[in-house]
Design a protein around this ligand. Structure first.
Ligand SMILES: Cc1cc2nc3c(=O)[nH]c(=O)nc-3n(C[C@H](O)[C@H](O)[C@H](O)COP(=O)(O)OP(=O)(O)OC[C@H]3O[C@@H](n4cnc5c(N)ncnc54)[C@H](O)[C@@H]3O)c2cc1C
Length: 432
């Protein structure tokens, strides 16, 4: 078993309880346990010897057509919600770059989308969570009821209990299509400036050529989006293709990655290009390439996603990109987004600033490069995203998440600390 990055891997099996009472019984009798959704976190946050999968907790409970409030079990996936509700004129308020994520996983990672600067995180739209505690008791937590437990559970990586169900507010849409504009920028200064100029856009994301050097350092395609006001509400994804098996690990080498990045950047000839695209191709481009994690070979890959505050963002990102392009170990695709203000959740990742996500094939030299990037990132006041992490040190974590001690106090208060444990929580010093 592993996360999406296929690093690290352990030998174990997932148990899939068939009902809430089955979950309760298993948690009461377990020594230590962690909840698992669709395994789209990259590292070891849903990885432990004893894992409880939410596959069969897949029911809708209620939907209010007036307010858009949806209540469902924690194993319902965003894919399910998109297929059911887009044809009825509703979409997710916030969505990550894959729809193969469960409601439980989206809350536990307090995921963000391309609209954080406008709409905040996923949990900012969650009104209520039913949480199974280590004692086997189910409690309802809301921003007002047990607010300490709510703030620890949202973004808490499954370490406060198992989420059984939740209520979240969907957003109205008139079309299943998106109006997309692509802006081509020549370097990192221009990219960040373009983000600021586009701060009124509902959605924004940039794909950076992270192997470009010198004057072209940080050249990007900035993609902006708005929900179209008319068009079909048909939400069916296009026919995807699947990577059938592990690719030879030499396939992604500095040369092929550099070539891919250059081709990608140059595929857009004119800055300001506008088009109408489907909701699926705008939000979930990678989902059409099933099992794309096999491209990195048997040993897998790590994703490195950091955020830097606005004040040090330009200087810090430049420094990191210089170091990465110098190493020649650039990422297949590097994704840059802008974040609005942070929320109050104790371990939520976003803070006002810029976030960059990069993939690195697992090979021995990568880990020392990433340790070096950690130091640059901390020097600029940043932190790493827990749901993408598989290797950061306890020191890096605690420096980036100063509320970790409050988080553990709340876990102790609700008897979660010795019960809900992952490979990651042990590595980061949240459990011994
Ligand atoms: C291609 C791709 C693109 C992505 N894009 C983004 C993005 O744009 N923005 C973003 O924020 N993230 C992104 N992610 C990360 C992904 O959204 C998160 O890792 C998400 O948490 C995965 O959900 P999951 O159901 O697969 O949970 P898992 O990976 O199985 O688990 C993730 C965490 O949630 C906990 N958890 C799962 N279910 C429950 C439950 N029922 N109760 C309590 N805890 C639970 C686990 O213990 C673990 O800590 C992306 C991932 C991929 C593979």
């Amino acid at each position: 078993m592993s996360g999406w990055g296929r690093y690290p891997q352990i030998e174990t099996e997932v148990v899939y309880p068939a009902s809430f009472s089955d979950c309760s019984q298993r948690i009461r009798s377990a020594d230590r346990v962690i909840a698992r959704g669709l395994g789209r976190s990259y590292g070891d946050s849903s990885l432990y010897q004893n894992m409880l999968g939410s596959r069969y907790l897949d029911r809708y409970v209620a939907f209010d057509e007036e307010s858009g409030l949806l209540t469902c079990s924690a194993g319902v996936s965003l894919d399910q919600i998109v297929s059911t509700f887009v044809p009825r004129g509703w979409f997710l308020p916030v969505t990550p770059g894959t729809r193969f994520v469960t409601i439980g996983g989206a809350i536990a990672s307090d995921v963000h989308g391309k609209n954080h600067h406008v709409d905040g995180t996923f949990c900012d739209h969650v009104d209520r969570i039913d949480l199974l505690l280590g004692s086997g008791e189910v409690v309802t937590v809301t921003p007002d009821e047990k607010p300490d437990l709510f703030r620890a559970t949202c973004g808490g990586m499954g370490l406060t209990g198992m989420i059984l169900s939740a209520s979240l507010k969907l957003r109205r849409i008139k079309s299943g299509e998106m109006e997309q504009t692509i802006i081509k920028t020549p370097d990192i200064e221009a990219t960040l400036r373009a983000f600021e100029e586009a701060s009124g856009a509902s959605y924004s994301v940039a794909w950076i050529d992270c192997l470009a050097r010198g004057k072209a350092l940080g050249r990007s395609l900035l993609v902006l989006g708005e929900h179209a006001q008319k068009g079909s509400l048909n939400a069916k994804p296009g026919q995807g293709i699947s990577i059938p098996c592990n690719m030879p690990s030499g396939l992604l080498n500095p040369l092929t990655v550099k070539l891919f990045n250059a081709l990608y950047y140059n595929k857009v000839l004119h800055s300001g290009k506008k088009s109408i695209v489907s909701l699926h191709s705008f939000f979930y481009p990678l989902d059409s390439l099933q099992n794309w994690n096999r491209l990195y070979g048997r040993k897998g890959f790590v994703q490195y996603q950091f955020v830097l505050p606005k004040s040090s963002g330009l200087e810090g990102i430049k420094h990191m990109l210089e170091r990465i392009s110098h190493s020649g170990r650039g990422s297949f695709l590097a994704v840059l987004k802008v974040f609005g203000s942070a929320n109050d959740n104790l371990l939520s990742f976003p803070m006002e600033g810029y976030t960059l996500a990069l993939d690195f094939k697992v090979e021995p030299a990568v880990f020392s490069l990433l340790d070096e990037l950690d130091r640059i990132m901390l020097d600029h006041g940043g932190r790493l995203y827990l749901t993408k992490d598989s290797r950061m040190s306890e020191e890096t974590f605690k420096a980036g998440y100063p509320a970790w001690a409050d988080f553990n106090e709340i876990r102790t208060r609700y008897q979660a600390i010795d019960k809900f444990v992952s490979g990651q929580s042990i590595r980061l010093g949240l459990n011994s």
